[in-house]
Write a protein that binds this ligand. Sequence first.
Ligand SMILES: *Cc1c(COP(=O)(O)O)cnc(C)c1O
Length: 245
Amino acid sequence: MLIIPQNSSLADDLAARLRALRARIGAAARAAGRNEDCVTLLAVSKGHGAEAVRALAQLGVEHFGESYLQEALPKLDALSGMELSWHFIGRLQANKTRTIAERFAWVHGVDRLRIAERLAAQRPQLAPPLNVCVQVKLADDDTKGGASAAEAAALAGAIAALPRLRLRGLMCMLPEGLSVAQQRERFGAVHKLYEQLNRAGAALDTLSMGMSGDFETAIAAGSTMVRVGTALLGSRTDPLSMGSP
Ligand SMILES: *Cc1c(COP(=O)(O)O)cnc(C)c1O
């Protein structure tokens, strides 16, 4: 655990936390025989204010993830002058897809065709394509979202044919309380599906897996994007973002 001196500024705290996190990401990549630049850090800013995002952006972080639209929008507005890449990583409700398609660069939790079709129809014509990851849920895991491996493969094919979306890859989120061996098995299964889709011609470049508690195991299993909140920004205090998405 990193000890942060009480009198240092937010920017200094975050610089130290970011350095420590980048060192852990780099070490996990090297241990797996991978190059550390093949893992992108997605800083999950839910439960933290625009100032923390601004400070991280000034330290070179480019990708930020938010799970709750009403919490995210004021931050996106406050930081609209900065060149940040915003990722929507929460549960997708049909009545929120228009705002998501208009305001975000990426959406990670796509797990059904109806949502993908709405995002495609609602992505503004002049915006670059919306980057999409299909969320995969593994067999007996009791997580809220996600398509089975077979559904994910079919969905990936359908999304590739939709206009204004760019299929980038797969995302998964493991339930809490798994052993490292179980995490490794789950992440390995999603990596295998990712490779199968690529062998079939999908041209995916993003495997979004790993959070504060399991990103090292995810990197060992081939993750290319880790979604880290607590290990970078500390615990979340905003009641709006308490509980799982
Ligand atoms: C909140 C959240 C994260 C970050 O979780 P931490 O454990 O704080 O790193 C990552 N992915 C998703 C989908 C989340 O909702």
